[in-house]
Write a protein that binds this ligand. Structure first.
Ligand SMILES: Cc1cc2nc3c(=O)[nH]c(=O)nc-3n(C[C@H](O)[C@H](O)[C@H](O)COP(=O)(O)OP(=O)(O)OC[C@H]3O[C@@H](n4cnc5c(N)ncnc54)[C@H](O)[C@@H]3O)c2cc1C
Length: 487
C-alpha cells in the first residue's frame, strides 16, 4: 500500500468519472482516476461507454450513413448526379475507430495536463475498518494489485447492456451496441430488439446503408418517453420515409440461431404468432448499472431494487465521503447528465476540503436535454403534454413546422416541427419538443431559456438570424400567443 493519500479517487473514466477527476484537479485537489476499459486490441482506453462504444462512435457512423443516404437519394434534386455510389464498410468503420482513438487518447492528455493520476485496472472499495481517515481501494490489473488511499471516492462505473434471457450475445450474429458499431458489411436483413434511443440509432445507421430493418418493441406504444405528438410524427416518418419496420406491443417467445440466420419467434400486438428471420440481430433492451467487483457488499453500500447505487440530490451515497454519479445512479442515462453530476460532486468535495459551508447545487433533471440522433432528429427538454395533463397544469401550446422555414426548404429537410409548452398564467416555458433537422443543436437554446426561467414572450423578443432553422423555435414561441408570422 502506498503511503500517499489522494484527496479524491474516481472509479471509472467515462464522462462522469473523467470529467469529475479533471474538475477536482482544476480545483487543486489531488485526484486519481481508475479505469478498467480495454479496447478491441486489448489496450487500456479511457472514456468509458460514451467514447469507446456509445455516443461518439454511433454519431460517427450516423454521419457516414447519412452522407451515403443523401448522395443516393437527395443529390439528384440538387442537379447533382452521382453514379455507382457504393459504400466501403471497413473504411467507414476505420474512420469511426480513428475518431474514437483520437478522443480516448485526448483524455489521457487531459489527465496529464491537469495532473490527474491515471491507473488502469479494476477498482474495489475495501472494507473500511473502524474510524480510518481514508478509504482504501484495491486496483487490480492482470492479476497484480495495488492498494491506494483516498479521502473521498467518486464511483462512476457506468452501465452495461441488459442481456436478454432468450439468447446470448456473441457479437457475430447476435449483437450488443459494441457489435452493432463494428459490423464489417451491411447485413441484408437486420432485426433490432428494443425501439429505444440506441436501437433506433443503430437501426437507422444500417437502414441508410441498405439493410432491411425490423424493430421489435415490447412496449405498447412507440417512444413512450417522448411527447406523444412527437412520437407519432417520428413513427410515421421512420416508417414511411426511412423505411424502418417498427412493431410495438410484441412478446418474444424464443430466439434461435439456425445456420447463418437468427430466428425470432414472437407474438405481435394482436397476439398472433410471428417469425422474423434475420442475418444479424441487435439486442438493445436497456442498460444495467455496473457495480460488479466494486466491493458494495463488503461496505454495505446501498443499492435500489434495480441495482442502481442509491444517492441523494447531491450524489452522496450512504457511506461517508463516497459519492456516485452517471449511469450507475438514478436519472437519465446520458453522458451530459453524468458529466454534470461529476462536476457538481467535485465542487462539493472542494467545499468540504476548504471548509466552506455551501451545500452546492443539486442537478435539475428538468433542464437536461434528451436527443435521439435519427433522421429527422428528435430532442426535448422539460415536461411533455401528457406529463402536464397528468399533473393538472394548465398550459398553452405554440407549434411551427419546418416545412414553412426557408432554411429547411433550402436544405431539403422539411419533416417535423417544434412545439413550445408554456404555463397558461405565468407564460413560463415548461417544455420544448422538437423533431426535425439539426434539432440536437437547436435544443440548447430551449435549455438555456428554461434554465433562466424564460417565458415564451422572452424567446419571442429575441432576434433570430434569417434564414436559419432557429427561426422555427422563434415562430413556435410566437405561436404560444397566436403571433406566429409565417403560417
Ligand atoms: C450506442 C450508445 C449510444 C449512446 N449515445 C449517447 C448520446 O448520443 N448522448 C448521450 O448523452 N448519451 C449516449 N449514450 C449513453 C452514454 O454513453 C452514457 O450515459 C455515459 O457513457 C455514462 O457515463 P458514465 O461515466 O456514467 O459511465 P460509462 O461511460 O459507462 O463509463 C464507466 C467506466 O467505468 C469503468 N468501470 C466500471 N467498473 C469499474 C471498476 N470497478 N473499476 C474500474 N473501472 C470500472 C468502465 O469500464 C467504464 O470505462 C449512448 C450509449 C450507447 C451504448
Amino acid at each position: 500500500m502506498t503511503t500517499e493519500i489522494f484527496d479524491v479517487a474516481v472509479i471509472g473514466a467515462g464522462p462522469g468519472g473523467y470529467v469529475a477527476a479533471i474538475r477536482c484537479a482544476q480545483l487543486g485537489l489531488n485526484a486519481v482516476c481508475i479505469d478498467e476499459w480495454k479496447n478491441g486490441k486489448g489496450k487500456p482506453s479511457l472514456g468509458g461507454t460514451c467514447l469507446n462504444v456509445g455516443c461518439i462512435p454511433s454519431k460517427a457512423l450516423l454521419e457516414s450513413s447519412e452522407n451515403f443516404h443523401h448522395i443516393q437519394h437527395n443529390a439528384s434534386a440538387h442537379g447533382i448526379s452521382a453514379e455507382k455510389v457504393s459504400v466501403d464498410v471497413p473504411v467507414m468503420i476505420a474512420r469511426k475507430d480513428k475518431i474514437v482513438t483520437t478522443f480516448t487518447m485526448g483524455i489521457a492528455s487531459l489527465f496529464k495536463k491537469n495532473k490527474v493520476k491515471s491507473m488502469h485496472g479494476r477498482g474495489t472499495l475495501l472494507k473500511r475498518e473502524g474510524e480510518e481517515s481514508a478509504w482504501r481501494i484495491k486496483v487490480t490489473h492482470d492479476e497484480q494489485s495495488e492498494i491506494i488511499q483516498a479521502k473521498h471516492v467518486i464511483v462512476a462505473t457506468g452501465s452495461t447492456p441488459r442481456p436478454l434471457p432468450f439468447v446470448a450475445i456473441d457479437n457475430d450474429r447476435v449483437l450488443d451496441n459494441a457489435g452493432a458499431l463494428a459490423l464489417t458489411e451491411v447485413p441484408k436483413r437486420l432485426g433490432v430488439i428494443g425501439a429505444g434511443v440506441i436501437g433506433l440509432e443503430m437501426g437507422s445507421v444500417w437502414r441508410r446503408l441498405g439493410a432491411e430493418v425490423t424493430i421489435l418493441e415490447a412496449m405498447p406504444d412507440f417512444l413512450m418517453a417522448a411527447d406523444e405528438q412527437i412520437a407519432k410524427e417520428a413513427k410515421s416518418v421512420f416508417t414511411k420515409e426511412t423505411g424502418l419496420q417498427i412493431n410495438t406491443g410484441i412478446k418474444i417467445n424464443s430466439i434461435k440461431l439456425s445456420g447463418q440466420t437468427v430466428i425470432v419467434d414472437y407474438n405481435n400486438s394482436n397476439n398472433e404468432p410471428q417469425i422474423l428471420e434475420v442475418d444479424k440481430l441487435i439486442v438493445s433492451v436497456g442498460r444495467v448499472p455496473n457495480t460488479q467487483g466494486l466491493g458494495i457488499e463488503d461496505n454495505e453500500l446501498l443499492v435500489d431494487e434495480r441495482g442502481f447505487i442509491m444517492v441523494d440530490q447531491f450524489c452522496r451515497t450512504n457511506l461517508k465521503n463516497v459519492y456516485a454519479v452517471g449511469d450507475v445512479v438514478r436519472g437519465p442515462m446520458l453522458a451530459h447528465k453524468a458529466s454534470e453530476e461529476g462536476v457538481a460532486v467535485a465542487e462539493r468535495i472542494e467545499n468540504i476540503e476548504k471548509g466552506y459551508s455551501s451545500e452546492g447545487e443539486a442537478i435539475d433533471f428538468n433542464v437536461i436535454p434528451w436527443v435521439i440522433y435519427t433522421s429527422p432528429e428528435i430532442a426535448w427538454v422539460g415536461k411533455n403534454e401528457q406529463e402536464l395533463k397528468a399533473a393538472g397544469i394548465a398550459y398553452k401550446v405554440g407549434q411551427f413546422p419546418f416545412i414553412a422555414n426557408g432554411r429547411a426548404r433550402a436544405m431539403g429537410e422539411t419533416s417535423g416541427f417544434i412545439k413550445v409548452l408554456a404555463d397558461e398564467k405565468s407564460d413560463r416555458v415548461l417544455g420544448v419538443h422538437m423533431i426535425g433537422p439539426h434539432v440536437s443543436e437547436l435544443i440548447s437554446e430551449a435549455v438555456m431559456a428554461m434554465k433562466f426561467s424564460a417565458s415564451s414572450q422572452d424567446i419571442a423578443c429575441i432576434v433570430h438570424a434569417h434564414p436559419s432553422l432557429s427561426e422555427v423555435f422563434h415562430e413556435a414561441a410566437l405561436g404560444v400567443d397566436k403571433r406566429a408570422l409565417h403560417i
